[in-house]
Design a protein around this ligand. Sequence first.
Ligand code: ATP
Ligand code: MG
Length: 750
Amino acid sequence: MDYLKGLNPPQREAVEHTDGPVMIIAGAGSGKTRVLTYRIAHLIHAKGIDAFNILSLTFTNKAAAEMKHRIEKLIGLEARNTWMGTFHSIFAKILRVEADKIGYPSNFSIYDTDDSKSLIRTIVKEMKLDDKVYKPNTVLARISGAKNRLVSWETYLNDPYIKADDDAAMKPRMGEIYRTYQKRLFKSGAMDFDDLLFNTNVLFRDHLDVLNKYQQRFKYVMVDEFQDTNVSQYLITKKLAAVHQNICVVGDDAQSIYAFRGADIQNILNFERDYPDLFVVKLEQNYRSTKNIVHAANSIIAKNKAQLKKTVWTQNQEGDQIELMKASSDNEEGRMVATTIFEEKNNKKLHNSDFAVLYRTNSQSRAIEEALRKMNITYKIVGGLSFYQRKEIKDLMAYLRFVVNHDDEEAFKRVINYPKRGIGDTTVEKILVAAYEHDIPLWEVVTNANSFLSGRAANSVDDFATMVKSFRIEMERKDAYEVASSVAKQSGLLRDLYEDKTIEGLNRYENVQELLNAIKEYVDNPENEEKNLGAFLQEIALLTDNDRDKDETDAVTLMTIHSSKGLEFKQVFVVGMEEDLFPSQMMMQSREDLEEERRLFYVATTRAMDRLYLTYALTRYRFGRLLNCEPSRFLEEIDSGCIRVNKRFTASPAGSLRTESVEPRSGFIGIKKNPSVRPMTTAKVHTPSPDFKPSNTNNLQEGMKVEHPKFGFGLVQKIEIEGINKKATIVFDNFGEKVLLLSFAKLRIV
Ligand code: ATP
Ligand code: MG
């Protein structure tokens, strides 16, 4: 077979070993994704497997599209029929078909993070809790963590360990918020992102006939970037492959960067345990990068304690040393990057698309963008505030969602009084309360406004309901584009934007037109079988950050390191190599966190094929203040043989806000820092005594000594009753004063 010539012997082995469980854990750039691509081609072409029977799960939908394209090149059009996409998009598709089995409507809405946070904010307010303690971000992260470990709200509420955790974090009501949040989602006929996986697990657990159907369909299952799957995703994959056992996973433990979202490296170890007859392939040759870059990346990751040992080498050229660039400020850093791109492009006849600028957090893009714009270099931003997160786009999308699903509470709140139609916050609240108190669907309240509201408010709501009903009738017989255009016009949204004659207003108007264009394109695309509004909405809800750029023009890519996974560029800049920024201050609670940051750095460096630049600034605006920065500790960890200081761009001392200059350390590369500023670990968590058993605390008294499983020993200072809760103030030997709710806290009276 001709195409097999494009593979080295172990790659070829992995491609040809089609049956039974296969795992490829290998370093960056060693051809893991290539193996998956060729494997699918091989299954279809050489083994005669129907493309419909192959399922591949990728990190982004764009990655899936690219893979399809490559397979098509290898074997022709048949490739189009494979099932390929992210976990979320594939299982949303399946849930859409099977929704009724788990009590959901098939037109369920998918809440994005903003919708979820807004709902949490509402619930926290209704429960009269402090939103500074129960921050929507924190609450959502906690709920998301639970769902990714398949912990339902019922389990959550009954688990004493979880309770202890929430108590310790001073958030004892977390479980109740989780319960209400789920109930409200259900009532709105909506799922959040995590539900798409959680509910798939529920579906497969409770409906074996459904599971069986998909087990039969997917004879071959493949997962790219396996190191970043969470427990929920792992279980789905395992269940689907249970009958045929033809499952192939590829990944790199050194690139695991989503632990904060519940990804679990343990899955790699479990895989060996779950499939004892596993065929393991090692790929060690890197085809992407120069020797210098491979060597530097190896020296970085070697600092991590937790890793599976593997060797990565390359036959590619030695290449240039990595360049370290120092700037006096973030703006100068931007100029340095832009100037270098400009020169390299001209000297080496490169395209803009050969360059990528990677950063730790989105906000860093601003200075880079400004500099690129000044030099007229076209760029595109992947992720960040993307098109679909703009207010005017979300407004129209909310209308469309509400037309499809009348019970969608978050969509309802967005559109009921926009454009203004005299329905105030109080009226909206009354509607929501009525639906809640009578336990009826939101739409029932809206369509019976007279029973719940009076006078003008009732009339306005009535008009709104009539309008939505008319859109719904249109939806039954028209395609997504026709309905969306008529919603944009008749809701008054377009007019409202049109009347705003400022430049921003004009932009917003054009953006809405652009959305309508996108819908038209969707409808006209013969690959999309369903042209209705519901199908379009689902497609959009599941775009990942990387999928959102449609622009095919030749542009420099700006993105976070997280989004850069799996990609490659000739020249890569990693900017903001500073302590507290990278490694990030927020992620420095423990050694595990630091190791995850280091893996992120490994991912960043291994995106580069020919040249890698690392830049840092001595001062930077962050959180509205000008801060002095120190070079990142990671810079010191790179083998000094593969890196050199770029002498051309040295920070100008003139006007520098720094009193102490940063001078090269003897024999090394220009880094000096104060080790005392490194926050490594928090106070050590107590290990409970072996005979630890919680005591009955009904008679707990001031002055008693207690043991807490996490905080260790402490002395009870005060007991108070607040409502139905009994609270104890305890001063712990190592953790200081804590106030614990006695019905939740696990305490042993010593
Ligand atoms: P990552 O860990 O970053 O996801 P990967 O292991 O998936 O990397 P690929 O993206 O598949 O690696 O491959 C890296 C580059 O090397 C690609 O450009 C690919 O086409 C090329 N490559 C891989 N194997 C070969 C080969 N046998 N011959 C030629 N080129 C190869
Ligand atoms: Mg890959």
